[in-house]
Ligand binder design. Structure first.
Ligand code: HMG
Length: 336
């Protein structure tokens, strides 16, 4: 057989093997943060009914975990001041989880009146960001969050943890993976069912994510971790692939790539949910999410904000794709 045909045969075999290997990827759980992390940084106040409609659209697209509100101080994040109205007025889809962000007991006492089942607490991985974002030290923040977690667990709620600035801090610079591992361990010890590792300013790369995970996986199992990558430097998907290769199965993302923390200067949006879902379909992972409806949800909120979507998939998918299966075939390069 001539050399060229041998190379082609080998290439086809490799592609098939790669797809087959990656297609043995487990169920990937998508944790949508758009209504909270996505909107919190928007200067123009988004009316409560728009927030609620976005949540409904995300659920209709098949998203099963939608972080829907935040019970932080309105003096700190005005955009999230209508958390109670949002949580009291969403029409809840059976099987969909609607967690909320809680900074302290005061926020918890408000949130618990809104029929919540899961809360998220969020210590910082660096001192500088902790002071700016929570007005306290990392240690004081952990003490506060522990009080919240103990009460929430007593009330029968699930508690998710975040660690912010797991790679770099806008104030302190590079962050030591060992300190992230320590905070992760403390969150798991107080009863968090999972800890989402937040690259808040998106400076992470596949290399720094590998270094971080090698450290954190000395204290946590992959099934108790989640990946939360802001896409500021365009590294979100490659960071994600690095994380998936460590067996992590939960990924945070934000519709239309919205987001950023008002107290992390330079922070921009999260990995876009549309890009994440397309990427996963390409790996043969069925997310049960309807990409046409998801793109529509992204266009709904981007149009309301008067912004161009940050999602490359949302921008690229023209209206010629009338249905979801056409897009999945493109994503997975399936010809027939
Ligand atoms: C934690 C605090 C409250 C401390 O803020 P503080 O000023 O130190 O709080 P305080 O205890 O001194 O209280 C000051 C005033 O706020 C009130 N207050 C106090 N707590 C609440 C509350 N929960 N809800 C409503 N009101 C509250 C309190 O009642 C008091 O009212 P006053 O007596 O002046 O009238 C503040 O720093 C805060 O709210 N920070 C949160 C900022 C934030 O939301 N940042 C964005 C989310 S984190 C993020 O985006 C990162 C993440 C999670 O996505 C992961 C990643 O991307 O990496």
């Amino acid at each position: 057989m001539c050399l060229l045909r041998r190379i082609v045969k080998l290439k086809v075999q490799n592609v098939y093997n790669l797809t087959r290997t990656l297609s043995t990827l487990p169920e990937i759980r998508i944790y949508e943060v758009g209504p909270r992390d996505g909107l919190q940084n928007e200067s123009k106040f988004v009316p409560t009914d728009i927030k609620i409609e976005l949540i409904h659209k995300l659920a209709a697209a098949g998203i099963r975990n939608i972080e829907s509100a935040s019970f932080v101080s309105p003096k700190w994040v005005k955009q999230m001041s209508d958390g109670m109205e949002v949580m009291k007025n969403i029409i809840r889809t059976p099987g969909v989880n609607y967690p909320v962000l809680i900074p302290n007991l005061k926020g918890y006492e408000t949130a618990i009146k809104c029929n919540i089942e899961e809360i998220a607490i969020f210590p910082s991985g660096s001192e500088g960001f902790s002071q700016k974002n929570l007005n306290c030290s990392v240690e004081e923040g952990l003490k506060r969050f522990k009080e919240v977690a103990v009460q929430a667990l007593k009330d029968g709620l699930r508690v998710r943890g975040y660690v912010s600035c797991v790679v770099g801090c806008p104030y302190d610079g590079p962050v030591n993976p060992k300190s992230i591992a320590k905070i992760t361990e403390e969150l798991l010890d107080i009863g968090c069912y999972e800890v989402s590792l937040g690259d808040t300013i998106g400076v992470g790369t596949a290399g720094s994510v590998q270094r971080l995970l090698r450290e954190v996986l000395t204290v946590a199992k992959p099934e108790n971790l989640a990946l939360h990558f802001h896409d500021t430097y365009g590294q979100g998907l490659s960071n994600l692939l690095a994380g998936l290769e460590f067996g992590i199965k939960t990924v945070d993302s934000s519709i239309s790539g919205l987001g950023g923390c008002p107290y992390a200067r330079g922070a921009t949006g999260n990995l876009a949910t549309e890009d994440l879902v397309y990427f996963l379909y390409g790996l043969g992972v069925n997310t049960n999410i309807d990409l046409v409806k998801l793109v529509e949800a992204g266009r709904f909120i981007s149009n309301f904000l008067g912004k161009t979507t940050e999602s490359r998939v949302n921008r690229a998918i023209s209206d010629r794709f009338k249905n979801h299966s056409d897009i999945v075939k493109i994503a997975a390069c399936i010809s027939q």
